[in-house]
Design a protein around this ligand. Structure first.
Ligand code: UDX
Length: 470
């Protein structure tokens, strides 16, 4: 997602609000108008959520196709529940979309910056050009006092630098403040996470800015959501550390899964037992193919890079190890598929169940499932992939793989079946029925969700990660 300015007044959507040059402070104190810059997974959900909370909202993106789709009530990605809510909010007249950043800058009082911070192509560092363009674009077009609220995940130190960057751009006499308010939403649960967050973290806010944000978040705060006021670097680091911790938890259990394989133990039972300890908790202890997606991998790498820059080498080394363990899980599953086919997959039929980086999303960014499918294809396998929603994005990423339209079609005459994303459809499959469709009923459960006893009883040769005992 990119954010460059467009000058044409291109607001679209139901009953577009008219921009007004200046709003009185008193009016703003009643109900701030909100702009949301960037309408990807984070921004589109945030815009809809803010409108749901009763605010007038303008979503902004430089990608006209996204703006047009959203204005017509079409979410350009798969996110359960978002379509219905978008339609409802467009109907309310509170929510509009535009490709014109200057229009939003002149209209809103609070500007949420939700653009992407992808990994740079040539290093582990985050690419901040979209954040810089969004923040400076808003700043230079402001016509009245405003609060700029960064939500994108950025390396620590970015917000302070952005403050310096916008200072000369803001029209003299305007009161403009930039704060950081990281977002922790999970894809697949984005609507719930935005409307009912676990915590609201705000960094670097003056008292009036904090009061304004407390008004914006009045509803979740009234439900008891903790509000954490922090300085700018702490707020930036909270987000990065949360993702680093989740990634570490996953790599920890995957490392232990390796021990289970050697020792003849079962990592799923072990994880359940660990999870009963309330200090540990059961979440993010599912061993398997490891983490992917648009956040965890790039965020731990950006932290690695930034920690090295700051001379915090221990954190950098820890993240390096977490990343290595994670990537090794993909290698491990490739090796298991080769072994299952007698050492080579050349001209063997490999059925891959799952393409998305996790269930309940169509996101295939850094998807472990697709990586494994592509690697086996490179080794000469005839790979058939099936995913209930991510088929199209997967095909665009790896057009040379074959894509099936159902589980049954995918496993037809397969020499080995790989469960790489734990969609409910796959977990509910009838093992006996499925076995009859394959050339050889051989399955690798790379997400640890199938019951080996049931599948073996139905005639399958079953292997998993860390499931030696099962
Ligand atoms: C993550 C964070 O959870 C969220 O707070 C942040 O805002 C963005 O990054 P998301 O990328 O949507 O969210 O996915 P998440 O649910 O965290 O899963 C990440 C990856 O970890 C997936 O590939 C998933 O399959 C994997 N995972 C998760 C495991 O391998 N094992 C687990 O136990 C949990």
């Amino acid at each position: 997602m990119s954010t460059q300015e467009s000058t044409a007044p291109t607001t679209t959507g139901a009953r577009a609000p008219r921009p007004r040059a200046a709003r009185s402070r008193a009016a703003r104190e009643k109900a701030p108008r909100i702009s949301v810059i960037g309408t990807g997974y984070l921004g589109a959900t945030h815009a809809v959520a803010m409108s749901t909370l009763g605010f007038e909202v303008m979503g902004v993106d430089t990608d006209r196709s996204k703006v047009d789709a959203l204005a017509l009530g079409k979410v350009p990605f798969y996110e359960p529940g978002l379509d219905e809510l978008l339609a409802e909010q467009l109907e309310s007249g509170r929510l509009t979309f535009t490709a014109d950043l200057s229009r939003a800058a002149g209209w809103a009082d609070v500007h949420f910056v939700c653009v992407g911070t992808p990994q740079r192509r040539t290093s582990h560092a985050a690419d901040l050009r979209y954040v810089e363009a969004a923040v400076s674009g808003v700043a230079q077009h402001l016509t009245h006092d405003a609060l700029i609220v960064g939500k994108s995940t950025v390396p620590v130190g970015t917000a302070a630098r952005l403050r310096g960057m916008i200072q000369p751009l803001v029209r003299p006499g305007l009161d403009v403040e930039l704060v950081w308010n990281p977002e922790f939403l999970r894809e697949g649960k984005a609507v719930h996470d935005t409307l009912h967050p676990d915590r609201i973290v705000v960094g670097g806010a003056s008292q009036p800015a904090e009061q304004l944000l407390r008004r914006v978040y009045a509803q979740p705060l009234s439900e008891g959501t903790p509000f954490v006021a922090a300085d700018l670097p702490t707020a930036e680091l909270v987000k990065v550390s949360a993702n680093a911790f989740l990634a570490t938890k996953i790599s920890f259990i995957n490392a232990i899964a390796g021990v289970c394989d050697k020792a003849g133990a079962d990592v799923t039972v072990l994880a359940d037992a660990l999870g009963h300890d309330t200090r540990i908790g059961r979440q993010f202890l599912d061993a398997g193919l490891g983490f992917g997606g648009g956040c965890l991998p790039k965020d731990i790498r950006a932290l690695m890079h930034r920690a090295r820059e700051l001379g915090a080498d221990r954190a950098a080394s820890l993240m390096q190890e977490v990343d290595e363990i994670n990537m090794a899980q993909r290698e491990r599953v490739i090796a298991m598929a080769l072994e299952a086919c007698g050492g080579s997959v050349l001209n063997r039929r490999v059925a891959v169940l799952g393409a998305a980086f996790k269930p309940r999303t169509d996101d295939v960014r850094d998807s472990p499932a697709l990586n494994v499918a592509a690697a086996l294809h490179l080794r000469g396998a005839q790979v058939s992939v099936y995913d209930p929603v991510a088929g199209d994005p997967a095909r665009r990423t790896y057009p040379t793989l074959a894509y099936a339209t159902s589980v049954d079609e995918c496993v037809e005459d397969a020499d080995v079946v790989l469960v790489l994303t734990e969609w409910d459809d796959f977990l509910r499959s009838d093992p006996a029925e499925l076995a009859s469709r394959t050339a050889t009923p051989r399955i690798i459960d790379a997400r640890g969700r199938l019951d080996p006893v049931t599948w073996r009883a139905a005639g399958w040769e079953f292997t998993g990660l860390g499931r030696a005992a099962a």
